[in-house]
Design a protein around this ligand. Structure first.
Ligand SMILES: Nc1ncnc2c1ncn2[C@@H]1O[C@H](COP(=O)(O)OP(=O)(O)OP(=O)(O)O)[C@@H](O)[C@H]1O
Ligand SMILES: [Mg+2]
Length: 334
């Protein structure tokens, strides 16, 4: 078909304070798109406060953008009629960082599963609803008899996150935007849930935007990755390139900080020094190298190769990206 979701130069500025206004441009203009001819998993990585959740919420249409445009199936999100909005809400599902936000403590967990089925008219009767819920729970490895009929606090954090994954897939969406969907579960379960997300996207042809600060899981599940720093893209492209051969000093810093169980399997040349100061490139004004808050950083992005783009002086000999859409430098599904 073609482009499903298209974000063009979207940004987000938070304004707070009553008398003195504090402005925080948490997401600098960014263009990104998702096509339905090659469903893929895109990781959004970066340290805490880098703008990952802001990006997720803006492209999910949950948070008003400060500039740019957001279109779904060629229709502007702000100009959709109620039918299109309902369709957008069905086809673009979100899994939040903290599932407590989603659960109402006074309702049994069944409620978060029955509500969307009813809202989107996906089942004719009660037995169809039950059947859908049971198969969705089983798809994410949960036992319905141990899950249904319970209140949110009677389940573990991992079970609650799995229910959110089940809920997202239940609606057979086209896109899932998952903000740290496994942050609350232990390492072994984390790997299992991520494998399930990968498997479900294979079966149902769903594109996933996977937000994380954990490069190991990004490498494990994603085809492509966008690395954010202070709300700006510093490096993006094919996950193999970006994580195995990072070019941007900030990505190098991130990969060097990841403990590697096998010393022979290196993600990058480790210099041993993992301080920010040691990585800054003199004379560079990119978001990372320019640590002077009062000076606006340079947003030029260079095409390091066909599958890797970098915003830093280290790549200045390369040509500036001709296409502002980052996804143009992504690898199609493997
Ligand atoms: N509602 C808000 N009002 C004002 N500032 C906000 C708001 N939400 C986030 N911010 C600020 O925007 C920046 C980006 O926040 P965001 O939550 O997107 O980061 P993040 O990368 O998701 O971090 P984390 O890994 O901790 O979840 C931060 O500086 C944060 O303090
Ligand atoms: Mg976040």
């Amino acid at each position: 078909m073609g482009t499903l979701l298209e974000a063009k130069q979207v940004s987000k500025e938070y304004i707070s304070g009553t008398f003195v206004k504090n402005r925080n441009l948490a997401l600098k203009p960014i263009s990104f798109s998702i096509n339905d001819d090659s469903p893929s998993i895109t990781a959004i990585a970066g340290e805490s406060g880098s703008g990952k959740t802001t990006f997720a919420r803006v492209i999910a249409g949950i948070l008003d953008k400060s500039s740019g445009s957001l279109r779904y199936k060629d229709k502007d999100i702000n100009q959709m009629n109620s039918e299109d909005i309902l369709n957008f809400k069905k086809e673009v599902q979100t899994i939040f960082q903290d599932p407590f936000e989603v659960y109402n403590p006074f309702y049994k967990v069944d409620h978060v599963l029955t509500t969307p089925i009813k809202k989107f008219g996906l089942a004719e009767n009660k037995s169809d609803i039950d059947e859908m819920i049971i198969s969705a729970l089983e798809e994410v490895g949960l036992r319905p008899d141990e899950t249904l009929g319970r209140y949110p606090h009677q389940l573990s954090g991992g079970q609650r996150q799995r229910i959110m994954v089940a809920r997202a897939f239940l609606l057979k969406p086209k896109i899932i935007i998952a903000d740290e969907p496994v942050s609350m579960v232990d390492a072994s379960l984390r790997a299992t849930i991520l494998e399930e997300i990968k498997r479900l996207r294979e079966i149902h042809n769903i594109s996933v935007v996977y937000i994380t600060h954990d490069l190991t899981t990004a490498y494990q599940v994603a085809d492509n990755i966008i690395v954010l720093y202070k709300g700006q893209v510093v490096e993006a492209g094919d996950v193999e390139n970006v994580i195995n051969k990072p070019v941007h000093p900030y990505t190098q810093l991130l990969t060097d900080c990841v403990p590697r169980p096998d010393p022979d399997q290196k993600w990058s040349k480790t210099s041993g020094d993992i301080t920010i100061k040691s990585r800054i490139i003199n004379g560079c004004n990119c978001a990372f190298c320019n640590q002077n808050e009062s000076v606006e950083s340079d947003r030029k992005i260079y095409e390091f190769n066909k599958k890797q783009i970098v915003s830093c002086k280290v790549a200045e000999k390369k040509k500036i990206c001709a296409n502002e859409d980052i996804s143009a430098y992504f690898t199609k599904k493997k």
